[in-house]
Design a protein around this ligand. Structure first.
Ligand SMILES: O=C(O)CCC(=O)C(=O)O
Ligand SMILES: [Fe+2]
Length: 367
């Protein structure tokens, strides 16, 4: 079933409204759904009552962008693990991260290292993914030890551990290449990544209101105001917002506007030098402006979770509204980033641990 977020014609809306109302009743009263097709069962299982209500009460003009969740800054902002003093974060820094939703830029790699890597990365981006069988910027760490090596750098893992805890996995990565004159990536947010196909969330945390995922975004090229550095609306990770279908803004293949107060005093632009990174909650509203320059803006990200979060349990494939195409998960798996996986809740993929050279950076290997 195609649940692509867009303005639906009147007849589709007229048809969908009574169906959605019926499904909401099934959800509210926990009625049996075994006789429904799988897509419908997934919707009943995974949509929160608030998701139905926003769609129904707006006549299918508005929707939650993802599974609703709320976040409040915890009393205790002490680091969850003690790490090497080089990577240590203070309680104040962690509190600020919880308040803002992001931290950075932080240093990891040298400009030389990143500039030396960028051609490899551009090649990978253009090639067919061995994991999915088509060209996609998604999950290329499976095939490229050097890319995976950068992701495992302690500057990154030790920061993540202080916020998420000692035992960590990576469930998704992506290359973000913004060539000269590339358009903006509009403001967006996500919680459990139900946003991908509106049927099955990728992530299954015990409690959606806690932080169960962090994104690390690493600048390969300098990211500036002019070529589209990351922009955040500070503090907007307090809740998952609604979207209004249609309008001028486009997010990859979808057209909608995220509904939130665009208070200019909360907008923070975060330029990064080549080799620096930002850690953020995908729930914090973020985007990036168009690249108005003749320079490329190349970056990659990784999404990390504690080992007690299940990813795609029992799921064979998903359809991505944003990166296009059907992603079969036979060759996908979570990858061990740090600590021990005592839970083993998800399909796992073994990747060789990167070897590091004298300079502490992963040694270069062919893809
Ligand atoms: O690279 C960009 O401009 C957007 C990155 C992003 O949205 C993400 O890493 O989640
Ligand atoms: Fe994002």
């Amino acid at each position: 079933m195609n649940l692509h977020p867009k303005v639906r014609p009147l007849w589709e809306r007229a048809l969908a409204l009574p169906i959605l109302t019926l499904l909401m009743i099934y959800k509210a009263f926990h009625l049996p759904t075994f006789f429904f097709p799988r897509d419908i069962r997934n919707i009943v299982r995974n949509w929160d009552l608030r998701m139905y209500w926003v769609l129904i009460s707006s006549g299918l003009n508005r929707a939650f962008i993802d599974q609703p969740c709320e976040f409040t800054v915890p009393e205790d902002c002490k680091p969850k693990v003690v790490v090497d003093p080089k990577w240590r974060m203070t309680e104040q820094q962690i509190r600020k991260f919880y308040e803002d939703g992001f931290i950075g830029p932080l240093d990891a790699f040298t400009r030389e290292e990143m500039q030396n890597f960028r051609n490899d990365l551009l090649e990978i981006e253009k090639s067919t993914s061995q994991t999915y069988g088509f060209v996609t910027p998604r999950d290329r760490h499976f095939e490229n030890p050097r890319l995976w090596g950068y992701m495992k750098h302690p500057a990154i893992t030790e920061r993540l551990a202080q916020i998420l805890g000692p035992d960590l996995l990576v469930w998704r990565t992506q290359i973000f290449h913004k060539p000269p004159k590339a358009p903006a990536i509009q403001f967006h947010q996500a919680s459990t990544f139900l946003v991908e196909d509106y049927q099955v969330p990728a992530l299954h945390p015990k409690n959606r209101d806690e932080i169960f995922q962090l994104t690390v975004w690493i600048a390969v090229d300098d990211a500036t105001h002019e070529n589209g550095c990351l922009d955040f609306y500070r503090g907007t990770h307090d809740s998952i917002k609604t979207i209004k279908f249609g309008g001028e803004e486009g997010f990859y293949n979808a057209a909608y506007k995220l509904e939130f107060d665009r208070d200019p005093s909360r907008l923070v632009r975060v330029p990064c030098k080549s080799g620096q990174f930002i850690i953020f909650m995908e729930r914090c509203i973020h985007g990036s402006a168009p690249n108005t320059t003749d320079r490329h803006r190349l970056a990659f990200n990784l999404r990390a979770i504690p080992t007690n979060v299940a990813v795609y349990p029992g799921v064979k494939k998903y359809r991505s509204v944003y990166n296009g195409g059907k992603y079969f998960l036979d060759n996908w798996g979570v990858v061990h980033l740090r600590g021990v996986d005592r839970h083993k809740l998800s399909r796992t993929k073994e990747l060789a641990d990167p070897s590091y050279g004298k300079d502490g950076l992963p040694v270069r290997k062919a893809a």
